[in-house]
Ligand binder design. Structure first.
Ligand SMILES: Nc1ncnc2c1ncn2[C@@H]1O[C@H](COP(=O)(O)OP(=O)(O)OP(=O)(O)O)[C@@H](O)[C@H]1O
Ligand SMILES: [Zn+2]
Length: 720
């Protein structure tokens, strides 16, 4: 249970190179008093936990992490107020490997090893021994220290403890040369793992680097260069052609082609002018622009994307949780097996002690689960940053795994399969009237606009625009409200008025058969028809048309190729739905009320729901994977499981392809790790391979798995 007074604290932790590291930290801290909800992001290098008052202090936490052998510094609230927290990434702290502690250890133990071998070659036998011993002692000391700290925090089985026992054990049975080699290879492995993990992090870091460091701020007619993360809402900045835009803002002067590819993945520059919004990180391609900052640097779109990708690590995939549980008993189990191997043959069968202790020690090294535990998070981190660079955002491994397994995609119609900008295309008088007189026209639009004045429905906007264009001022309305899935109503000029679907008007008894035929004819042509009426009479019909997105048909075809069914869910009537869905060759379900959509989604099972995120949030929530699509990233990012930042329907199959490729990559990684472990487990017991091969196999597997995961960074999800 979470105490009200508990506070959430975040740190940046450096030096973690595999998931065993992050698990060690969370296990150690989780046992401290007053500490709860520990989460360690390996790729984000982030530690977050809640602290109860009266429990462990921040200093004690930092101290514990340092003793385990990692670097730690406060993050977020502890940063200076004008620095954007997400921008102070690991980039600044990055060092080359040979200057890190682990790197120096590699050089030192390597040199001693070379020295020892030189002695062995040139001097009488046994002269190399002191050098081997020294290399071993120097190499094992820091590892042993970490093992002891972990032990004191209640964790007997760590990679460090296995390593330490194996090295010291090897010395005891007189295998000094091998002990030194094992220690050296372990150090090399740690450096390589660190390099690989760093490469996986680069993807996220590259996003942060998109935002320029400085901005040209305009104050009182002069411009001066200021740090981009010091910008505040309302300030005016100048952006020269060719420059990157320093902040989310609104253009106040100038018109230019804006290349949003860094933020949305959309590579064709879009011409934007005064009043239009731009993203930090986009490239201004043509002309100088003046813009007003609309979002603080820490809150701009790209910063939110980065935060999302970082936090996504915490939403772990089921596969990842499984691997984690597996490796938790794997290590102790291997230790038990190795103890049996050391003891049973000599005790029971009188076999030679030295041989079997040696084989048992080799087994201990096989027990290092590094490759296994990094296999899933490495793939997921690569996938998340590969997606983010193309405007495909997924909130974590759980979403990726679900997206890979969906069988159906349900699309909302307006704003998803269509442009979402319906326009009034025709007005029809009631069937009793021969023609549309000016007075009917005015009453129709004025009444409709009055009812819709407060509505945010796309149809409402179209009606209001049309009335405004014709210079018709809507009369005042009161008690306006929406009738979900059917229409809207309000009191206009003292009596109720309705704007609703023909079906609703029919139920109200104001629509004749002839009116119904008029409506049906329009609908068959792809229009959406609304009836405008009073309780006792129809005022007229309004036909509205929305343009289908040009790539919708292609997207549906790609989904079919992936073996995924596509279905359109709409509240619109069957004829309009057929007119839109027909050319796309997709299924549709029309005339659906909001509850009906939820039920349909539930029925479909493994379904991905794609909507614009504006009025379909419940449907997005109900689906296994809710995907918000559209350049209005504002709502989209927070309400859904995944977001597509470009207005591109083909990004839906792209998202599924990326998710599937990621799961495939994970399966490969798990297979590589498990197979190598299994092979060397057997060869070690049989005595075919020895100590140093065992450690080489482990670091080799870790590096292999990480490199394989990095391939995802170059995955092109749009390729079919
Ligand atoms: N504010 C409104 N003004 C006019 N008609 C409305 C309004 N709200 C709903 N309707 C009518 O109800 C039908 C269903 O509306 P709803 O908002 O549920 O559609 P939807 O399923 O979200 O649409 P789409 O599938 O096109 O995105 C519309 O086609 C329209 O006829
Ligand atoms: Zn490790």
């Amino acid at each position: 249970m979470r105490d009200e007074r508990a506070e959430r604290v975040e740190w940046t932790v450096t030096g973690m190179d595999c998931a065993a590291c992050s698990r060690k930290i969370s296990a150690a801290l989780g046992g401290m008093p007053g500490v709860g909800e520990v989460s360690v992001g390996l790729m984000a290098e982030k530690l977050a936990l809640t602290l109860q008052p009266g429990g462990a202090s921040r200093d004690q936490i930092e101290d514990a992490v340092r003793r385990l052998g990692y670097g730690i510094e406060p993050r977020g609230q502890a940063a200076p107020p004008d620095a954007a927290p997400v921008m102070q990434g690991p980039a600044e702290r990055d060092q080359s490997w040979h200057r890190s502690g682990k790197g120096r250890l590699v050089i030192l133990t390597g040199a001693l090893l070379a020295l020892a071998w030189a002695f062995e070659l040139l001097a009488p036998a046994g002269w190399g021994y002191p050098a081997f011993l020294l290399a071993c002692a120097i190499g094992v000391a820091p590892v042993a220290k970490r093992a002891v700290e972990a032990l004191r925090m209640g964790q007997p089985f760590t990679i460090e403890s296995l390593m330490t026992i194996a090295a010291i054990g090897a010395l005891f049975i007189g295998a000094a040369e091998e002990a030194a080699l094992v220690v050296f290879l372990f150090a090399v492995g740690e450096v390589l793992e660190g390099v690989a993990a760093g490469r996986a992090r680069d993807g996220i870091r590259a996003l942060a680097d998109l935002v320029p460091k400085t901005a040209l701020l305009e104050v009182g007619g002069t411009t001066r260069e200021v740090p981009a993360d010091s910008l505040r809402i309302g300030q005016v900045v100048l952006v020269r052609p060719g420059d990157r835009i320093p902040a989310d803002g609104e253009i106040t002067e100038g018109t230019s082609g804006i290349d949003d590819s860094p933020v949305t993945g959309e590579s064709v520059p879009v011409t934007k002018g005064p009043g239009e919004g731009v993203f930090a990180g986009s490239i201004n391609t043509e002309a100088a622009l003046r813009l007003r900052v609309t979002r603080a640097p820490s809150d701009n779109t790209i910063a939110r994307i980065i935060r999302l990708v970082e936090e996504a690590e915490e939403a772990r995939a089921p596969t990842e949780r499984f691997i984690d549980r597996f490796s938790r008993w794997y290590m102790p189990a291997i230790v038990a097996v190795s103890a049996l191997v050391m003891l049973v043959p000599p005790l029971a069968f009188g076999a030679e002690w030295g041989t079997w202790i040696y084989r048992g020690l080799a087994l201990l090294l096989i027990g290092c689960p590094c490759a296994l535990v990094i296999s899933v998070p490495a793939s997921i981190a690569s996938s998340l940053s590969a997606g983010a660079r193309r405007g495909l955002l997924m909130k974590g491994g759980a979403v990726i795994e679900a997206a890979a397994n969906i069988t159906h995609v349900a699309f909302d119609k307006t704003g998803t399969l269509t442009m979402g900008r319906p326009a009034v295309t025709g007005l029809t008088p009631p069937a009793g009237q021969v023609e549309l007189t000016a007075s009917i026209r005015t009453e129709l639009l004025a009444t409709a606009a009055a009812v819709e004045a407060g509505s945010s429905h796309p149809l409402a906007r179209a009606i209001l625009d049309s009335a405004a264009e014709e210079g018709i001022a809507p009369p005042p309305a009161t008690d306006a409200r929406a009738i979900p899935g059917r229409g809207a109503t309000a009191i206009v000029a003292g009596a109720p008025a309705f704007v609703a679907s023909p079906a609703a008007a029919l139920e109200a008894g104001v629509l004749t058969d002839r009116d119904m035929q008029h409506a049906a004819a329009l609908e068959t042509g792809g229009s959406t028809v609304v009836a405008v009426y009073r309780p006792d009479r129809l005022i007229g019909l309004i036909g509205l048309q929305d343009e289908p997105r040009t790539d919708a048909a292609e997207a549906v075809a790609q989904l079919r190729a992936l073996g995924v069914g596509a279905v359109m869910l709409t509240g619109d009537n069957p004829r309009t739905a057929a007119a839109i869905a027909g050319p796309l060759a997709m299924d549709y379900r029309a005339g659906m009320l909001p509850e009906g959509k939820l039920a349909a989604i539930r029925e479909m099972g493994a379904v991905m729901m794609v909507g614009d995120g504006i009025n379909d949030a419940p449907a997005l929530k109900q689906a296994q994977v809710g995907v918000a699509m559209g350049s209005g990233t504002d709502v989209a990012l927070e309400t859904a499981d995944a977001a597509i930042l470009r207005d591109r329907v083909t990004d839906v199959p792209a998202l599924i392809r990326l998710a599937r490729a990621t799961m495939g990559n994970i399966r490969q990684n798990v297979a590589i790790a498990l197979a190598l472990k299994a092979v060397f487990l057997v060869t070690s017991v049989l005595g075919i391979t020895g100590l140093w091969i065992a450690i080489l196999a482990d670091t080799g597997a870790t590096v292999l798995v990480t490199l394989n995961a990095l391939r995802l960074l170059r995955f092109r999800p749009e390729k079919t």
